[in-house]
Ligand binder design. Sequence first.
Ligand SMILES: Nc1ncnc2c1ncn2[C@@H]1O[C@H](COP(=O)(O)OP(=O)(O)OP(=O)(O)O)[C@@H](O)[C@H]1O
Ligand SMILES: [Mg+2]
Length: 267
Amino acid sequence: MSILSFRGVSLRYPPNQGRTKTLAPLVLDRINLSLASGEFVVVIGRSGSGKTSLLNLATGFTAPTEGTITVDDLPVTGPGVDRAVVFQDDALYPWLNARDNIAFPLKLRHIATQQRRERADELLELVGLAGAGDRRIWELSGGMRQRVGIARALASSPRFLLLDEPLGALDALTRSRMQGFLLDVWKKSGAGALLITHSIEEALLLATRVIVLEADPGRLAADIHVDFASGLLAGESPGQIKSSPLYKSMHDGLTGLINRNAKEDAA
Ligand SMILES: Nc1ncnc2c1ncn2[C@@H]1O[C@H](COP(=O)(O)OP(=O)(O)OP(=O)(O)O)[C@@H](O)[C@H]1O
Ligand SMILES: [Mg+2]
């Protein structure tokens, strides 16, 4: 089992050029958070609360101003194959077909062509795109592109999947299908997932834990255990889950928590 940990992590972005005397605002304030393999942690909070900043720290794109981020007690000092990232926009390479996009991280690791092809075809099957390997990126729908992006993230068998609103640009029906798909893929991978979303519904359906991030500066306002995903994985429909009294009360609770913070800020 692997553990990704934030210990006392604070973040200020470097001040702009010419404004070096003013201290940049605190974006994240002493975050303590641990994510283990097999967990699906969803971070929710209003715009500007620091969600993407938190994820960028976990990927190693940004370094904390204070505190440490570790994977199995080793400090994160930059991006690594143990932590794969999926963004809101698919960010695939348009000059490569679906299979070569998925195999790209393996090419960087000098894995032989035949092995790369086999692994990419396995992943295409896992994400429900068997037979689409030769398709160009512009021949795929938005949902298919996101699946290629997720397959590419899985190619290097990461210990952690870091997902910044990966379904945010999809229409409601595709998004709902992709939620089930993402849950399936995560379960099969055995990885730990850290997903950012604006959707309370998505948070409740997918998470094993929901983290609410408060704004200015970003602080953890709540860390709540959730267990609707196991129902979804067992074949319950999202509609059935959403009609349960427990789901409704948790939805109301989270809505209140996020709005409460917004109102306090406005006061
Ligand atoms: N590279 C950067 N340099 C300076 N400030 C930044 C940078 N990235 C983000 N910020 C600031 O940090 C704060 C948090 O931004 P962040 O993108 O983490 O929020 P978010 O919760 O992901 O918002 P959204 O829901 O809109 O995506 C904002 O005030 C933003 O202006
Ligand atoms: Mg963001």
